[in-house]
Design a binder for this molecule. Sequence first.
Ligand code: WT7
Length: 650
Amino acid sequence: MSDQTITSVSRESRVFRPSAEFQRQANLGSLAAYKRLYAESVNAPEKFWGRQAKELLTWRRPFKKALSWKLPHAKWFVGGQLNVAENCVDRHLGTARENKAAIIFEGEPGDIRTLTYKQLHREVCRFANVLTGLGVGKGDRVAIYMPMVPEAAIGMLACARLGAIHTVIFGGFSSEAIKDRVNDCQAKVILTADGGWRRGKVVELKTNVDRAVGFTPSVQHVVVLKRTGNAVTMTEGRDRWWHELVDAAPVEHRAKGFDSENPLFILYTSGSTGKPKGVLHTSGGYLLGTAITTKYVFDLKETDIYFCTADIGWITGHSYVVYGPLANGATILMYEGAPNQPGPDRFWEMIDRHGATIFYTAPTAIRAFMRWGDEHVKKHSLKSLRLLGSVGEPINPEAWMWYHTLIGKKRCPIVDTWWQTETGAIMVSPLPGVTPTKPGSCTLPFFGVVPKVLDEQGREVPRDSGGKLFLKNPWPSMLRTLWGDDDRFKRQYWSELPGYYFAGDGARIDKDGYLWVVGRIDDVLNVSGHRIGTAEVESAMVSHPAVAEAAVVGRPDELKGQALVVFVITKSGVEPTKELREELRAHVAREIGALARPDDVRFAAGLPKTRSGKIMRRILKEIAAGGEIKGDTTTLEDFSVVSALQAQED
Ligand code: WT7
């Protein structure tokens, strides 16, 4: 068992070189410059990061030492003091950016609101005064359960301004999830709204908070933003209207400097067991990591209109809607609702209307766009776009090519960015204009990142063989611990192989040194002694013209260890027949070899997903094995999908 390697089966070999035109204007203009800086970042990390921290951030008090590293605990920019909100907002005042749009917001019903840096500053200051008035100070926890509206970012920045710790809970989560997270971090205040718009309906956020707060004794106040205007119950003394508090608050607020290691936020992320992990990020290192990656990976320019579709409830929303772009003085386009409201072309229509230049989304969304049909894209010009990004899971080459052709018009570089809630910022990604790309590969490490693909004994696997993905050196935006559970932090990330951070992913490095992530280790199957990344089989399946989406799981099998079961959603108009099932099995065998021929292909109308779009394989595994669904299903987006799959007679 232990000396088997992960068999990596992808055979993608296309290479796309950056255009001379993009390269000429890129923030980092050549592979040689990247290599030189990368070498410095790993050979002399303190020198490299110390210089970047001075260049990219504004310090109240200079740091004495870039790094103190007592494995697995890092302190970055020791002795330094800064204010994160001041770095994201105040320092753009008095410059040409003062009256530049910081946030262009579009609500799902079509309402548009723009906040310049000056206006954002005013709102953050007023809300910081509101929070102070509610007794929030340095180190206190504030939970944010809000729709994607500017006030969510204002709430985060106001916490940062006070040295308080925010924990954003995704607005799609249930009251159960609010209760667990609020109790885990003992939040004093919850920021919420009456509701938010999603697919033309109101998501009743305040009602969910009401159901939770009966069981969260730490909560003293709930601040409620009026967004949708639906009726809510306000509990006297505890619940306060956002606008009333803000109207009464002074606009002057003097920010203090806080220690570089002052906690900035806790973000809960799911582990393989039930209890969510409270990933803790701190100030200076996190902000530097998000600022520098935004600058280089998104090749950010003063004139960009940057559209990241992630919700602020996820790390992508923290790092690449709020902190990274604002630290760079960028204009962000923020959208409240669903991508197919009122029609499947909402994003493309918005991109044209606002002139968005950078677009950052997830492969699961790209596959949905593909399924909805090219005609919705072709109605729009998309000529303002110059750069595309992908994050969240391995992007299958078919989706990559579609993104490249239909959205990028073969003109925009694609940055496939590998990172995690825990890493805080992008770790592995092409640099646009610099790195030749290969569809499905996140390519080369960012500055300071040393990825290693190792076997069970900690030996480097040969080029092009699969193994487990580790990171060797500490980096500024790394998680510092798990809130209230440092033992779990050590166990989870630092015990797989002493001295290395374990990412939990399977990967391979090809002959050009390019990284290919094949999926989570716990998604890795063992078929006849070969470990196969589910993502690769899924990718092969989706390359068939009849298939829109696929999910692969293992079913215990006496002969093979695990048999491959594939759940398939066909494209609209395709009949799921017996013949098609055989054809798909043959197709996968053809694409990646007989060892990956699915034992079972099951047609489905939908797949069980979390609200962030990750397929819940644990549930599919239980369905594949014919058993009942055990364990937590509260993070599931739509339970009816599961009932439908179970009811299906094969
Ligand atoms: C896991 C982290 C990072 C923000 C969103 C997800 C997978 C993420 C990629 C990519 C292949 C990717 C990994 C990683 N992942 N980006 N570009 N290529 N896999 O954050 O919920 O913390 O999940 O997402 O498996 O470990 P997260």
